[in-house]
Design a protein around this ligand. Structure first.
Ligand SMILES: [Zn+2]
Length: 174
């Protein structure tokens, strides 16, 4: 069983900080919140994916009533601000596109089990024919790069801009 920490005023204050002061009105800190876009649930000071909640292995005594909100990842998706980019190119990609996409999807699903706010935002092909995958977190872009390297070899380069809190991961295989 997971820890069942009680909500306190301290918890509530911390949470407001986490959301960059979006909620200015004081609210009762006892209910969990549920994202009305993806169904993720905020409880015990962390976001839990809807699928995890449905499994019933992370029950909380403050389960209801849930307050409808939009979680940080869905807000990010809505305004379109990625924290990570993964660039894929090379001849291998042309002949193995489906396998590569499947690997990335599976890896993103596994990452979401650890952090439901880590998501792939968009799949695009840029003007030079690269596949560009944007992610909600820097860590997810890195993780996808590692997964590509492990599964298909090739070369990976990691670039970080601390100022913009942005990770750019480039994978190449001919
Ligand atoms: Zn959401």
């Amino acid at each position: 069983m997971r820890s069942r920490k009680r909500y306190t005023n301290a918890t509530f204050t911390k949470r407001v900080d986490h959301e960059a002061g979006r909620h200015h009105t004081p609210r009762a800190p006892v209910e969990p919140e549920v994202c009305n876009v993806c169904g993720a649930v905020y409880s015990d000071r962390r976001w839990v994916a809807a699928a995890e909640v449905r499994k019933g292995n992370r029950k909380h005594k403050h389960w209801h009533p849930a307050q409808a909100v939009v979680c940080p990842a869905c807000q990010q998706q809505k305004v379109g601000i990625p924290r990570g980019f993964l660039y894929l190119e090379g001849a291998f990609l042309e002949t193995h596109r489906n396998e590569v996409r499947r690997l990335l999807r599976n890896e993103a699903d596994r990452a979401a089990e650890d952090n439901p706010l880590a998501r792939i935002m968009k799949w695009e092909t840029d003007e030079s024919g690269r596949l560009v995958v944007s992610t909600t977190t820097q860590h997810l872009a890195q993780r996808l790069g590692h997964a590509l390297e492990k599964a298909f070899s090739g070369k990976v380069r990691y670039d970080f801009s601390h100022e913009n809190e942005l990770a750019r991961v480039s994978w190449h295989r001919d």
